[in-house]
Design a protein around this ligand. Structure first.
Ligand SMILES: *Cc1c(COP(=O)(O)O)cnc(C)c1O
Length: 421
């Protein structure tokens, strides 16, 4: 809840700033760490302050520099959302404003419904998160928004879709793609968008990146030119598989000003307890992601040698030269997700999952505990045969989200599960 000026004048690093900025103990009766404010409604300091707060909330007036308008009602805003949003800015280079939502899907749907107009189109990478795909393909057309899917890693096709799609409103990238970690070059997409010829009636399309898999620790889309970053906070940000959350961060705070009123109407702001929980997890997100990524790299590179495994999909094991280049230019570390393609198809994959003793068979990812699932029959089961083939989702594919256990114990677990096949 501090003003932005301290952020600009102090050359502090993100791991320090996330603990020192965005929270003022004097506003929480001196608590060293944020308290929880569960109120649904707030008492105004005066009727004039109430009038001013409503003018600002309705967009009839803008907040002045240094002004902190009275809170109104928790569906519109509340102290824990404000604290969380100020804290998380420190982890995303280039972000000037953020919004917290009830889930990743709440963030994505609110974003798209707010920013796109009937008659516009959206270009997006596939495979993309199942819920996102369902929304874009089956819901957006009802609101007059056309969708153009482009295969992850096909920068050439993305460039031509961006150049040739009429009335393009947004480009949504999910990189790396799940479950094979194929990467899309964010900077190349931003350049293609910037060089697009605009008709007088058009505005520049926005570039949106779902950064759930590698951010905020290892990939920084806003510093590569993207307009908005979205997260499922359910994954690495919260990190313990015990809550749902979504976060949107923008390079330009005007975009957040546009989206905020929709969140107030849709009623999908993240509630106080969850904001408090998520805020408390932010100082450790880099520690957790670093440890999990180191674990995953050690395990993935060893499993790649295993005779019962056809292939391991992991950034440090990329063979395609363009994929290697994107990884080197775009990511600080390879992350904690990999997929293994087992010889022996579905039966081998199911037996492998059954044999695991430490890793648990569950969907989702980004927790401190290791999870594994069979994408073809779970997370990606809605795909057509053609989509399976294009996304590299084979019968023998098992997706793994590595946690922070000791990597040798995890490797032993995978090896014993393979021996028993
Ligand atoms: C989980 C996930 C989502 C959806 O987030 P929820 O918090 O489950 O609504 C969106 N994108 C990606 C990449 C995800 O992994």
């Amino acid at each position: 809840m501090n003003s932005g000026d301290r952020r600009d004048s102090h050359p502090l690093r993100p791991t320090t700033k996330v603990l020192t900025e965005g929270f003022d103990p004097s506003l929480s009766v001196g608590s060293a760490r944020p308290a929880v404010f569960r109120s649904s409604t707030y008492v105004f300091s005066s009727p004039e302050a109430a009038e001013r707060a409503f003018d600002i909330a309705a967009g009839r007036a803008q907040v002045h520099e240094g002004e902190s308008p009275d809170l109104i009602y928790a569906r519109l805003n509340h102290p824990n959302a404000q604290i969380l949003e100020e804290q998380i800015l420190n982890l995303e280079p280039g972000a000037t404003a953020a919004l917290a939502f009830n889930s990743g899907m709440a963030a994505i749907t609110t974003l798209l419904l707010t920013l796109l107009r009937p008659g516009q189109s959206i270009v997006y990478t596939v495979p993309i998160y199942g819920g996102t795909q369902h929304f874009i393909q089956d819901y957006l057309p009802k609101w007059g928004v056309a969708s153009i899917p482009v295969h992850s890693g096909r920068g050439d096709l993305l460039e031509s879709a961006i150049g040739s799609t009429e009335n393009l409103g947004a480009v949504l990238l999910e990189t790396p793609a799940n479950p094979t970690l194929v990467m899309t070059d964010i900077r190349q997409v931003c350049k293609a968008v910037a060089s697009r010829k605009l008709l007088p009636s058009e505005t520049r399309p926005l570039v949106l990146v779902d950064n759930t898999l590698l951010g905020p620790a290892f990939q920084h889309p806003l510093s590569l030119g993207a307009d908005l970053v979205v997260y499922s906070g359910t994954k690495y940000l919260s990190g313990f598989s015990d809550m749902l959350a979504g976060i949107v961060l923008a390079a330009n705070r005007d975009l957040i000003r546009q989206i905020r009123p929709a969140r107030g109407l849709f009623g999908n702001i993240l509630q106080a307890d969850e904001c408090w929980m998520l805020g408390g997890r932010l100082p450790t997100v880099r520690l957790r992601m670093n440890r999990a990524s180191k674990n995953a790299q050690r395990i993935a590179e060893r499993l790649a040698q295993h005779p019962k495994i056809k292939r391991v999909h992991y950034p440090t094991l990329f063979t395609d030269s363009d994929q290697k280049r994107i990884y080197a230019e775009q990511c600080d570390f390879p992350g904690a997700m990999f997929s293994i393609d087992l010889l022996g198809g579905k039966k081998a994959a199911f037996d492998f999952l059954r044999n695991l003793r430490i890793a648990r068979n569950a969907v989702s990812l980004g927790g401190v505990e290791t999870l594994a699932c069979h994408p073809k029959t779970t997370t990606h089961s809605g795909f057509t045969e053609e989509e399976f083939a294009q996304a590299g989702v084979t019968d023998g594919l098992v997706r793994v989200s590595i946690g922070i256990e000791h990597w040798r114990d995890l490797l032993d677990d995978f090896e014993q599960a393979l021996v028993a096949l």
